[in-house]
Design a protein around this ligand. Structure first.
Ligand code: FES
Length: 361
């Protein structure tokens, strides 16, 4: 696997080389990296885009939908109702446009072993297919003896993103990949593949062999309910929790706290101090009542990385070197990271008068 960068993510300007319409309301966007190694990525990672709309900076993360580490840098963007960035990207964005793009982030990935013969269960709902496609394509290319069962959940057959890419996988890796489309609002020939995949239905799919009963790894990306159902269905058949990897849609906004640091009134006294290491440089900052660690750090380090501010995307992840924090949401941390001292700074409130964080680790 390509190791995610050990330094904090950073923005760079990339040129869009292609925008291709995928479904009625989604596009794939390919970016030219000119061989910039900072944009090598691991399967399952995402990119954060930054753009001004009416003088307001909007940041949005989209998963890379290409095999790692050498696939073209390409993301899938689905228009969401009221979504400023996604509406612009699916209606106006075209080749030649320059975009501010953060180097790849995210931990919805795993170590590949080329000699392994593993069984994988992959489940993706809607645009959740974008990281899951990257994961499937990478596994099939890099682990020649592994097999993949991919379940794609969509409303109907017209809303399946990356359909041509998925079919190409099926044809290229005949016998090693099984692909099943579950349609929630359209009849199919197999009743089990119709309607919402609740825990019972997923259990039946495991029982029927549509999904493997003893997977080595499970990857699921979608809304919270689906992620919980897949996790519970696999826990119920004895799958170890630490091989079940999940990613929520970042649009869920489950832990959204603020869109920018709060304004500090003149004369207000800080309740603590902090210290951030970022891009090899250490900077001190004051912490005020109500600040998250990210808020506080951003006043002296506006380059502190973030995207969703919801505890999902993990772009703001840092290592807590000193002090104690309390987090609202920890979804963006993978198993073991919290115990290893990692925090999501957008969700972390200082519980000691001094905290030290390292964004570069
Ligand atoms: S900015 Fe997304 S988890 Fe903190």
């Amino acid at each position: 696997m390509t190791e995610p960068a050990l330094t904090a993510p950073i923005f760079a300007t990339l040129t869009v080389s292609a925008v291709e319409h995928d479904t009625r309301n989604s596009v794939t966007v390919t970016l030219e990296t000119d061989g910039d190694n900072r944009f090598r990525f691991a399967h399952g990672q995402h990119l954060t885009f930054r753009r001004m709309f009416d003088d307001i900076e909007i940041r949005r993360s989209y998963s890379i939908c290409a095999p790692s580490p050498d696939g073209q840098l390409r993301v899938g963007i689905k228009r969401v109702e009221g979504g400023v960035f996604s509406t612009w990207a699916t209606t106006e964005l075209e080749a030649g446009v320059e975009l501010d793009v953060m180097t790849p982030t995210g931990h919805f990935t795993h170590d590949l072993v080329s000699t392994s013969a593993r069984r994988y269960a992959l489940v993706a709902a809607g645009s959740g297919i974008t990281p899951v496609y990257s994961i499937a394509a990478t596994i099939l290319a890099e682990e020649p003896a592994s097999v993949v069962s991919l379940v794609c959940v969509n409303q109907n057959s017209n809303s399946i993103m990356l359909l041509d890419d998925i079919e190409a996988l099926r044809n290229r890796y005949l016998g090693r990949v099984q692909i099943w489309n579950v349609l929630t609002q359209e009849a199919t020939e197999i009743p089990l593949l119709e309607g919402r995949p609740d825990a019972d239905r997923l259990g039946a799919m495991i029982h029927a062999g549509i999904l493997p009963a003893e997977p080595d790894h499970v990857f699921v990306c979608g809304p919270e309910g689906l992620v919980a159902n897949v996790r519970n269905a696999y826990l119920a058949v004895g799958t170890e929790a630490d091989v079940i990897h999940d990613e929520l849609f970042t649009s869920s906004q489950v832990g959204q706290l603020s869109t920018a640091p709060q304004i500090i009134e003149q004369g207000e006294q800080p309740i603590g101090t902090g210290y951030a290491i970022l891009h090899g440089r250490a900077t001190g900052f004051d912490i005020y009542q109500g600040d998250t660690v990210l808020d506080a750090a951003q006043r002296t380090r506006p380059d502190a990385p973030f995207s969703c501010r919801s505890g999902i995307c993990s772009t703001c992840r840092a290592h807590l070197v000193e002090g104690v924090v309390e987090m609202n949401v920890t979804h963006g941390l993978v198993a073991g990271e919290e115990q290893a001292g990692y925090i999501l700074t957008c969700q972390a409130f200082a519980k000691t008068s001094n905290v030290r964080v390292d964004f570069d680790r």
